[in-house]
Write a protein that binds this ligand. Structure first.
Ligand SMILES: C[S@@+](CC[C@H](N)C(=O)[O-])C[C@H]1O[C@@H](n2cnc3c(N)ncnc32)[C@H](O)[C@@H]1O
Length: 211
């Protein structure tokens, strides 16, 4: 459905409005189904904005721009927004969509390479929304090397106090190959390797904050 909407309205000013309208029925449908683990985008948006506000973070770094829904939701709530996208088509679309917003920086490339590059220009505690399909088809375990590399870069950065939100905790099933682990195992690993950090998993989102 999102691809269909993009196909017909992608280049038009209507597109963001149509996408935004869809978030409310999506949320209602989720409530009617008894709030299953996989949460609607509106809830993710509220979570990102709430963490930014609570921790007084003025910079948002997102991995995985896709159609720019989170960037759009974040407008007006952050002074700087970086969003990293691997797919050149989505990156070009986001460039066009946010061309009038100088605070938005769409960075094309793989998050594993681009997160350290973005971090190099950051000098204040920031909010990270990691959502670049780390698990996707690798939901049965997959290869989480890229995710671990990005977490390492963020949590060992010279600026302390970055807050990390990471989507799709449910996909950490602990099965499969390539260093598969459960969500609880990943949380424990982060807390073990970064003793100053606390990890809470709620509504399918890992929330990594300072103790
Ligand atoms: C779930 S969508 C992101 C949704 C978006 N964060 C939001 O909240 O609206 C995942 C996106 O990650 C992108 N992606 C996949 N691998 C990536 C990588 N290695 N680096 C950056 N982006 C990647 C995909 O192309 C896709 O656009």
């Amino acid at each position: 459905m999102p691809r269909l909407t993009y196909r017909f309205f992608g280049g038009t000013a209507l597109y963001p409005k149509i996408k935004a309208l869809g978030h409310y029925p999506d949320y209602l449908w989720w409530v009617l189904r008894g709030k299953p683990v996989r949460s609607p985008h509106l809830l993710k948006q509220k979570t990102v904005l709430a963490y930014g506000k609570k921790h007084q973070l003025r910079t948002l770094v997102e991995t995985g721009t896709y159609h720019g829904e989170m960037v759009h939701a974040a407008l007006g709530h952050f002074d700087r927004i970086y969003s990293i996208e691997l797919n050149p088509e989505w990156a070009a679309f986001a460039h066009r969509r946010f061309a009038r917003h100088p605070e938005v920086h769409i960075v094309e490339g793989s998050s594993q390479q681009k997160v350290p590059e973005v971090l190099a220009g950051i000098n204040e505690p920031s909010l990270f929304w990691l959502d670049a399909a780390y698990y996707g088809s690798g939901a049965q375990g997959g290869n989480i090397t890229r995710l671990l590399a990005e977490l390492q870069a963020i949590l060992s950065h010279h600026v302390r106090g970055h807050v990390v939100l990471m989507d799709d905790a449910r996909t950490f099933t602990g099965t499969g190959v390539d260093g598969a682990m459960t969500a609880a195992q990943l949380a424990a690993k982060i807390e073990r390797e970064f003793p100053g950090r606390k990890v809470v998993i709620e509504r399918d989102i890992f929330r990594i904050t300072r103790r």
